[in-house]
Write a protein that binds this ligand. Structure first.
Ligand code: HEM
Length: 441
């Protein structure tokens, strides 16, 4: 397979405007072939029209305005739980916090509660089911994080010298059984509870919740072909793979950058104090007013995009790109990392300057951390909400400091979504002005 790497905004624009239909496919990479093998509707699937069904389901059933509202309290509760834990640990003093794992817990628990009404991460998620899910997730991250040579050099496909294919086959079986049990459990509970309202907001962890799986099972009755168990499993897989690590790593990078730039942190705190105050916790309705906070997130996504080459695309037909002939079946990689740091496109490209977005510096195809065109990330609104809510709440209520005097090391590591090489540790203590507020959470 030929591979084309694009690293200029003009070429990106041509890919996702003139050639958007041609590049709407995904190549048959090993991860997609094996992990999604049985799931004919899976989003990452290159096959036929199936990805359209997955995107339709995500748009309508998870990230539509209605559904985002329905799941608001899950996002809010998970953020509050994090604040509560930090508050209890700190007892008013600066204490070290492993931010990487805390932010990952929030991100994963929000997603698994929306999907299945379950919390699988954190100290209180200690049962066997939670352990199994965490094992599956860490294995997915590991096998996806390491490139598979066979995807790029066909001779290695036969040899499987990295043993990736064997591991994936095993992992698929484990995952399939886990997700099937989850669906069966929901189906059984739904039968026993004849009158659950699907639009009723979800409650706390102890209550019966209306989850994405409930919604899909009910749709299965009316349109079985579009909502088979395989479709549901494929959707769950796509969401936990695509929608958790991405947000968690971005929040971790954002906190690392803020710790290295205390002036930006102070500005963000001042903005929150001005628009929200110190007598209540910020909520999602405050987010549109917090433009500096949004700029911090954009600047983080510019410097550390969690999907730095986008998910690979494939041409379904011959086409031309910037005057070059591109044959059908070519893999397209978009090098966002290079575009986002190109000194020809950005002033002080390597520096963390959230203010640059106040003057419209990121317009056009220069900043595309969520991709573009018809395969653009469908979770952009959800991801942005979760990140802004969690970061805003952490900044509003705690003072943050580096563990040592030296700057936080910003070296990138290897993983599913460009993680920090060294997990972020920081010191935090409640802000005097918000201690009373925290004690009520
Ligand atoms: C910081 C947060 C996130 C970032 C930076 C991000 C980024 C991306 C990127 C770059 C792509 C590939 C686009 C392309 O190939 O053109 C993508 C695809 C995808 N994202 Fe996200 N994403 C984030 C959060 C989420 C969330 C919260 C969800 C959950 C709904 C999600 C679900 C997906 C899915 C299902 C796809 C595959 C779409 C397809 O193949 O048609 N993402 N994301």
């Amino acid at each position: 397979m030929e591979v084309v790497v694009v690293s200029s905004p003009l070429a990106v624009e041509e890919c996702f405007t003139k050639n958007d239909i041609t590049f709407a496919n995904r190549p048959k990479l090993l991860a997609g072939k094996i992990l999604n093998y049985d799931y004919t509707a899976v989003g990452f699937s290159p096959y036929g029209e199936h990805w359209r069904n997955l995107r339709r389901l995500i748009s309508l059933e998870l990230v539509s305005a209605n559904r985002l509202t329905m799941f608001t309290n899950i996002r809010q509760e998970e953020v509050w739980l994090l604040l509560k834990q930090l508050f209890q640990n700190s007892r008013g003093e600066f204490v070290p916090v492993n931010l990487k794992s805390k932010l990952a817990d929030v991100s994963f628990n929000i997603m698994t509660r929306m999907i299945a009404g379950k919390r699988y991460f954190g100290k209180d998620a200690a049962d066997e089911e939670a352990r199994q899910f965490r094992d599956i997730m860490s294995e997915i991250v590991e096998v996806h994080g390491n490139s598979n040579l066979g995807d790029y050099l066909p001779v290695f496909q036969w040899l499987d010298i990295q043993g990736v294919a064997k591991r994936m086959v095993k992992l698929r079986k484990k995952m399939d059984e886990f997700f099937q049990l989850l669906i069966d459990e929901h189906r059984k509970t739904n039968r026993n509870e004849s009158n659950i309202s699907l639009d009723e907001p979800s409650g706390s962890n102890k209550e019966r919740k209306k989850t994405l799986i409930d919604v899909l099972i009910s749709l299965q009755e009316t349109e079985p072909a579009l909502h088979s168990d395989d479709t549901i499993k494929g959707l769950v897989l796509a969401l936990v793979v695509a929608g958790t690590e991405t947000s968690a790593t971005t929040m971790e990078w954002a906190m690392a950058l803020l710790l290295n730039h205390p002036e930006a942190m102070s500005k963000a705190v001042a903005e929150i104090d001005a628009h929200v105050g110190q007598d209540r916790l910020l909520d999602e309705q405050d987010l549109p007013k917090l433009t500096y906070l949004q700029n911090i997130i954009n600047e983080t996504l510019r410097l550390f995009p969690p999907v730095p080459l986008l998910v690979p695309h494939e041409s379904s037909d011959d086409c031309t790109l910037c005057g070059f002939d591109i044959p059908r079946g070519t893999m397209l990689l978009v090098n966002l990392w290079t575009i986002h740091r190109d000194p020809e496109l950005w002033v002080d490209a390597a520096k963390f300057v959230p203010e640059r977005f106040e003057t419209g510096e990121g317009e056009g195809y220069k900043l595309i951390p969520f991709g573009a065109g018809r395969r653009v990330c469908p979770g952009v609104n959800l991801g942005r909400r979760v990140m802004a809510l969690a970061l805003g709440a952490l900044i509003q209520t705690f003072e943050w400091e580096r563990v040592g005097k030296e700057e936080i090391d910003l070296t990138e590591g290897i993983g599913l979504s460009m993680p920090k090489a060294k997990p972020l540790q920081a010191l935090c203590r409640p802000r005097p002005a918000t201690t009373k507020l925290l004690s009520k959470v």
